[in-house]
Ligand binder design. Structure first.
Ligand code: PMV
Length: 314
């Protein structure tokens, strides 16, 4: 039994989303995590193989991915300790803002559900992965697991008792370039720093988050147009970047790639994800322009620069 899940890209609204503002994220279908389930040898219990990370299989029930599999078995009302061999592989860069952890977790949940012949809803998959992300990261907004489980462009608002998750309309294909600084950054570090800054200056940070929210709402409207207004969309993405810099999550390496993309004619550019490293995105006019920006980013030191197209949707 094989299941896969895509990487993700946050288009706008990261960080502010933790404080109740909307965010927009899209799946990246060309980068995927894959999980395989097979029958294990009798009396071996659950075995997890992650050949890309370690030659030794994992048996420790405390391991976050095994804890997730146990939670999935419980949700499915399946036997608690079946003899199963689960293998995960992923082509998604780790700790770079593309959701590799959530994608691996989503593929595992789907593969286990398929093994037991249960059709889980996207919302149920997203919930299980969210619980797993909580065990790892503390207070994630839930955006990563949602966009990856739904595998379509989404509008996300963290709220109680359940987040608002709406598929959004993309009126025309969007040509983006994703540039990777090569600097791995653990999400919880910038997220923790922003929390401390917000606690120290609540009014100031709440205003910055609200300004991000306004931009995200305008971006949603523009994305739905059949002929996107690229100059306006780009200006809004760049305005989001300026606010992220004020929030304190940009970095010299990100700023350098963003400046390079702009010098290469990008309509707009911003960091994507938690910041302090990881990836940035740039808005191009078409595929030739995207290839040009990607080459400029590589020349400026990006370890990877990948043109990607967000297809019209909805
Ligand atoms: O780097 P990522 O993709 O894990 O981005 C985290 C996005 C934040 O908004 C910064 C945190 C969150 O939980 O939404």
């Amino acid at each position: 039994m094989v299941a896969t899940a895509p990487a993700k890209l946050i288009l706008c609204g990261e960080h502010a989303v933790v404080y109740g503002q909307p965010a927009i994220a899209v799946p990246l279908p060309d980068l995927r995590a894959t999980a395989t389930v097979q029958a294990g040898a009798p009396h071996t219990g659950l075995t997890l193989a992650v050949p890309d990370l370690s030659p030794e299989p994992i048996h420790d029930p405390q391991h976050p991915l095994l804890a997730l599999i146990h939670a999935t078995l419980h949700t499915l009302a399946a036997p608690a300790a079946p003899d199963l061999l689960l293998t995960v592989r992923s082509s998604i860069p780790i700790a770079s803002g593309m959701g590799s952890g959530a994608a691996v977790a989503t593929a595992l949940v789907r593969a286990v559900a398929q093994w037991y012949g249960v059709a889980m809803t996207d919302a149920a998959v997203s919930d299980l992965v969210y619980q797993s992300e909580q065990r790892l990261h503390g207070t994630p907004s839930g955006l990563d697991n949602a966009v990856i489980a739904y595998a379509q462009p989404i509008w996300f608002v963290r709220q109680s008792p359940a987040p608002l998750i709406e598929p959004i309309q993309i009126g025309a294909p969007l040509h983006l370039v994703i540039g990777d600084t090569g600097i791995r950054s653990e999400t919880r570090l910038p997220v923790g720093a922003v929390r401390q800054a917000w606690q120290a200056q609540p009014a100031h940070y709440t205003a910055l988050f609200a300004a991000v929210g306004d931009i995200v709402r305008q971006i949603r409207t523009i994305l739905a147009l059949p002929q996107p207004e690229l100059p306006l969309l780009g200006a809004l993405l760049t305005a989001n970047q300026h606010l992220l810099a004020q929030i304190g999550v940009s970095s010299p390496a990100l700023e350098q790639l963003i400046g390079t993309a702009q010098a290469a004619g990008a309509r707009g550019a911003k960091l994507s994800g938690a910041g302090w490293g990881g990836i940035m995105l740039a808005l191009a006019t078409d595929s030739a322009h995207a290839a040009h920006i990607a080459a400029a980013l590589r020349a400026a030191g990006a370890v990877q620069a990948t043109p990607t197209v967000v297809q019209a949707h909805g």
